[in-house]
Design a binder for this molecule. Structure first.
Ligand SMILES: NC(=O)c1ccc[n+]([C@@H]2O[C@H](COP(=O)([O-])OP(=O)(O)OC[C@H]3O[C@@H](n4cnc5c(N)ncnc54)[C@H](O)[C@@H]3O)[C@@H](O)[C@H]2O)c1
Length: 281
């Protein structure tokens, strides 16, 4: 049991997507240990205790809407942690974009009526989205489409330019959406919306990535603060701290949880050569 009542999670109702594995599981577990009531939404069943589990494929918009409808019974939801996501090669770029951005955004938007005013939402994006400002003009076009079927059709109309690998683009879009939507959510309901950008992290996701990355790629990756890949728990803590009501002045933020990688690349302290096409993690 963690005695961290000051963080504001005890007895609170929380929804975690992707709570059945990796960073989402670590987040759900820590919050449960802090006395929160944690509800998990995932395509696969969790192996940790939770208040309720809702099986949902975030690429299936009817399932997403039905899951949000079912979760009305637990209102008011105080915090949400959308952690679900997958790498592009598992089911292709469009599926990756659909789960990581379109379905995740739909789920958050469908959940808003069930969330209390002043709630917090902290999403896992990725360091892979660190170039989001360079693709702002294109990504804003997709951001402007709120209907998920129309968003998917916009993507399909020019996969090469609009979807690319499906991962980098989806993570850029999460960062861009967070930056924009936080303003209205704050003004209207004092809801805070933030996201994190992890570095390579030892999870099932990374086990899949290793199958397609060049030999030695992850060993050569710079890990200034830990000297190694981070663990799921080391990514869960910044997500939990970011979403705490103690951070009342923080919204619309993309928080690098990447051991200094992106800032290092931006300043030249880390060689940009590491940002080749394989840097999807
Ligand atoms: N592991 C890394 O190196 C790394 C780095 C940066 C960002 N991320 C991001 O972190 C987040 C968590 O990933 P992780 O590393 O803990 O991986 P993980 O595979 O351990 O967990 C991902 C979870 O998402 C769920 N999920 C996948 N597809 C889904 C779908 N269609 N519908 C509903 N749930 C689905 C999985 O079942 C799983 O429980 C992801 O968004 C990922 O993109 C991971």
């Amino acid at each position: 049991m963690h005695d961290l009542d000051g963080l504001g999670y005890r007895d609170k109702t929380i929804v975690v997507t992707g709570g059945s594995s990796g960073m989402g599981e670590a987040t759900a577990k820590l919050l449960g240990e802090m006395g929160a009531k944690v509800h998990i939404v995932d395509i696969q069943e969790p192996s940790i205790p939770c208040e309720s589990f809702h099986q949902c494929d975030l690429s299936d918009f009817d399932q997403v809407r039905a899951t949000a409808e079912a979760l009305k019974s637990i209102a008011p939801v105080h915090f949400m942690f959308p952690c679900a996501g997958l790498p592009p090669h598992i089911k292709g770029p469009l599926y990756c974009m659909t789960v990581n951005y379109i379905g995740t955004r739909l789920f958050v938007e469908e959940m808003l009526p069930t969330m209390e005013d002043g709630a917090g939402i902290a999403i896992i994006s990725s360091d892979a989205g660190m170039g989001w400002q360079g693709n702002l003009e294109l990504n804003m076009q997709l951001l402007a489409i709120s209907d998920p079927d129309e968003a998917k059709a916009w993507c399909e109309a020019d996969m090469e330019a609009r979807v690319r690998d499906g991962y980098t683009s989806s993570k850029e879009l999460l960062i861009t959406w967070v930056a924009q939507a936080a303003v209205e959510l704050g003004n209207q309901r004092r809801i805070r919306l933030n996201c994190t950008g992890p570095c390579p992290t030892r999870t099932a996701f990374m086990d899949e990535q290793e199958k397609v990355l060049p030999d030695g790629f992850l060993e050569a990756w710079p890990y200034p603060s830990l000297g190694r890949m981070s663990t799921a728990v080391e990514q869960a803590w910044p997500l939990i701290l970011l979403n705490s009501p103690l951070n009342a002045a923080v919204t619309g933020t993309f928080l690098y949880t990447d051991q200094g990688f992106a800032p290092g690349v931006f300043t030249g302290a880390i060689s940009g050569a590491f940002m080749g096409g394989a840097a999807d993690g």
